[in-house]
Write a protein that binds this ligand. Structure first.
Ligand SMILES: [Fe+2]
Ligand SMILES: [Fe+2]
Length: 182
């Protein structure tokens, strides 16, 4: 029967599957690092605290990319090309989730609506990452190298998810009272 345990067992028990899995993960993490770095630089100066949190998120994603690249190397594998169907970050962008890379490359400061769009994107991708890492933690227990890497990433992803959630709640806080014209 197909279960998460048997799927992850096959992924980590097979060089080809492992190479593809780690290549997809490394690419997605590196892309998350690039996006968050860009977003942090475009957050207005009035939101410096938020910019620092997003920059930190980007640095963590870059680190995750390096961790998956190291898992590939340790196994003596080269990164492989990610098939478009499996490139979840590109698929999200194509579906209009988050801000397009062309918008981020333009270098224009983000409006509050733009910031909310980015945080909503991070909230969704963060939840996926957090759940995937928890599943990996459960099913990679007997492979010490992988389990250690996954524990580090999993703790970061839980933190990213909590941060995004908190920032969205903060931005959606009480509506300011309308000025009275009486
Ligand atoms: Fe990550
Ligand atoms: Fe993350």
């Amino acid at each position: 029967m197909l279960s998460a345990r048997t799927i992850y067992g096959e992924v980590f028990g097979n060089d080809e599957a492992s190479g593809l899995f780690c290549s997809i993960a490394a690419g997605g993490e590196a892309r998350g690092g690039w996006e968050n770095g860009k977003i942090a630089a475009l957050v207005p100066g009035s939101q410096a605290g938020l910019a620092a949190k997003i920059a930190r998120h980007g640095a963590d994603e870059d680190k995750h990319g390096r961790i998956f690249a190291a898992l590939l190397r340790k196994r003596g594998l080269e990164p492989v090309a990610v098939p478009p169907d499996a490139d979840y970050t590109m698929r999200l962008e194509a579906a209009g989730t988050g801000l397009a890379h062309s918008r981020l490359r333009r270098g224009e400061e983000l409006t509050e609506a733009g910031i909310v769009t980015c945080l909503a994107h991070s909230r969704v991708t963060g939840q996926r990452a957090s759940e995937q890492m928890r599943a990996l933690r459960r099913h990679a227990g007997d492979r010490p190298g992988i389990a250690r890497a996954v524990r580090v990433i999993s703790a970061d992803e839980d933190h990213h998810l909590a941060c995004c959630h908190e920032e969205l709640l903060r931005l959606g806080g009480p509506v300011p009272a309308q000025p009275s014209h009486a």
